[in-house]
Design a protein around this ligand. Structure first.
Ligand code: HEM
Length: 550
């Protein structure tokens, strides 16, 4: 707050001084040439009004620093989104609906803009080059603020412990997560996830069901992913309801609006005690400071070991696990939910994806067993090019920003076309994925859903153009990206191979269309009341008997 007020004062002093001096000079000239008390009073009034306007100019957005041009580059200050509340700024509009706020501002102000929120200036950036540059910064000018969210998400209440906890997270737990979920080590967990998806779909769907899409996907993915990461000591089914309640309220908990999220608050505490119990039950000590979680994936054992070998309490470790667990489920569930909704409501899309899958089955993956042994590399190959493009398109349409950094000193970020964006010390920089993924000069007809948008774009080309940034980049790029891409595609492959799916008709008998995005939500969800139902039937023609799955 202090720096904001100082900034406003400096803005005022620097800009207000020019017209004030001008009026003062004018006044002097008038009073010298034609002394008249009326003229002097009028000029004083004009000066006062101008000063008052200029004082509030920063929050009204009237004050825009002109871009400073240099011979080689253009260096510019981002335009400030007007707001009428001095310290709060745009907080209310942003917090009530970030998706809507970013969409409106991107349309109005373009690729970069600044807004005031609760005493902090946030610079939202959509340029692919600028996003990559600030996320990949290695000079230390951009610090991670996301970790400040960990205490909020995990309900860590002793601030004196936070610095130490961040260090353990950054230097130990995340290193273990990145290593265990890397492309090289992914096969250690991917076969388990393939089998768990198979088993869970069998249990949830049985011979056939009709469920809202969100409920179906959340239930199936939650159990499959939890089982594959944590093994059978973790009560996946029994914790599902608490996880969903926590997930629903997570945006409010992160916004410090606990009063809006009491059920989520309580559900999270129950989940945390389950984690504490799980670590006790599943942990097996080994000689030499080792040890592992019985039946769990190697990566989860490594993460828990890294916490156990530090000075974290059991409660702190259980709380951190709940945050990791939430992060590993929430985005994947939402993305897969949108994929299934698209498939259920668009018969052309469904048959294109089915044809690709059938061709892959005919040529390479002849039976259920070979589908369940698919290697992550198989999914990245040409056999599943359309499915891969489909996931990317769904991510492009729905991802909201998650990457925020804070500038520790004044700096600039190199953007496109030789432009530089001025960032001042203390300002937060936000990767505005909405702006990047919906800019018409970057993505042709950006509001249209095109399943083959990324079909002929190689990974290398995408890396170079940086036009899709769903997993961020740089040091804190998503550790679970390979796991997520594998799991989401495997879920769709099994759903379409072993089952027939279609959207259940509405009560009017009409086939439903894709439900609208709730633009006022924190994440691009749909209003639960507007979700569509899906009918799923096991395909008797496809054998489902797999050796090794009881
Ligand atoms: C569709 C699915 C997913 C999306 C879109 C996604 C997106 C992201 C993004 C954008 C970040 C970077 C945040 C930042 O820059 O500060 C991130 C970080 C992270 N994600 Fe994911 N994620 C997904 C799935 C997963 C899964 C399945 C896991 C684990 C199994 C996971 C684990 C992590 C971890 C540990 C980090 C922190 C990395 C670090 O700070 O070094 N994510 N994720």
């Amino acid at each position: 707050m202090h720096s904001t007020l100082r900034r406003q004062l400096l803005d005022f002093v620097s800009v207000a001084s020019i017209p004030t001096l001008f009026l003062f000079t004018l006044q002097r000239i008038y009073s010298l040439s034609a002394p008249s008390s009326r003229t002097t009073i009028t000029l004083q009034w004009i000066a006062t009004i101008l000063c008052a306007l200029l004082l509030f100019a920063p929050s009204l957005g009237l004050l825009r620093r002109k871009p400073v041009a240099s011979a080689l580059h253009s260096i510019s200050e981002p335009p400030l989104v007007p707001s009428y509340l001095p310290w709060l700024g745009c907080a209310i509009t942003y917090l009530m609906g970030p998706a809507n706020f970013l969409r409106t501002c991107s349309q109005r102000y373009g690729m970069t803009f600044k807004f005031l929120i609760g005493g902090n200036y946030v610079v939202a950036i959509s340029s692919p080059t600028a996003i990559a540059n600030f996320l990949r910064d290695r000079t230390g000018v951009f610090d991670v603020v996301d970790y400040q969210l960990i205490p909020l998400l995990s309900n860590l209440t002793d601030p004196s412990r936070n610095q130490y906890i961040y260090e353990i997270v950054e230097q130990k737990a995340l290193v273990a997560a990145n290593h265990g979920l890397s492309q090289r080590n992914l096969p250690k967990v991917s076969t388990t996830v393939n089998y768990e998806i198979f088993k869970t779909l069998g249990n949830v769907v049985g011979k056939g069901i009709q469920l809202p899409v969100l409920d179906f996907v959340q239930r199936s993915l939650y159990v499959a992913v939890s089982n594959s990461l944590l093994g059978s000591h973790f009560p996946s089914l029994a914790t599902f309801d608490d996880f969903i309640t926590f997930d629903d309220g997570a945006p409010s908990l992160l916004r410090k609006m606990n009063f809006l999220a009491r059920p989520a608050y309580r559900a999270r505490e129950r989940l945390i005690s389950q984690f504490a119990r799980y670590i006790d039950t599943a942990w097996r000590e080994e000689e030499g400071g080792g040890g592992s979680l019985e039946g769990a994936s190697e990566v989860m054992s490594d993460i828990v070991r890294s916490m156990k070998n530090s000075e974290l309490t059991k409660d702190e470790a259980a709380r951190l696990m709940s945050s990791f667990f939430w992060g590993s489920h929430t985005n994947m569930m939402r993305t897969t939910t949108w994929m299934v909704r698209h498939l259920a409501t668009d018969s052309i899309l469904l048959s294109r994806i089915q044809r690709e899958l059938q061709a892959a089955v005919d040529s390479k993956f002849y039976d259920a067993q070979s589908i369940l042994h698919m290697h992550p590399r198989d999914l990245d190959g040409p056999e599943f090019a359309l499915l891969t493009s489909f996931v990317k398109e769904v991510l492009r349409m729905n991802m909201l920003p998650t990457s925020i950094r804070v500038a520790v000193r004044d700096t600039t970020i190199a953007s496109d076309n030789g432009e530089f964006i001025i960032i001042r010390k203390g300002e937060q920089v936000l990767a505005n994925l909405y702006g990047l993924h919906h800019a018409p000069h970057i993505h042709d007809d950006p509001d249209a859903f095109r399943v083959d948008r990324f079909l002929n774009v190689s990974t290398e080309e995408m890396r170079q153009k940086k036009t899709l940034s769903t997993f961020a980049s740089g040091q804190h790029m998503c550790a679970g990206r390979h796991f997520a891409m594998h799991t989401m595609r495997m879920f769709v492959i099994q759903l379409l191979h072993f089952y027939d799916i279609k959207a259940a008709p509405l009560s009017s008998g009409v086939s439903p269309s894709l439900p609208p995005v709730d633009r006022f939500s924190f994440i691009t969800v749909t209003d639960a009341a507007k979700d569509i139902e899906i009918s799923i039937q096991r395909r008797d023609s496809v054998p489902c008997d797999i050796v090794g799955t009881e």
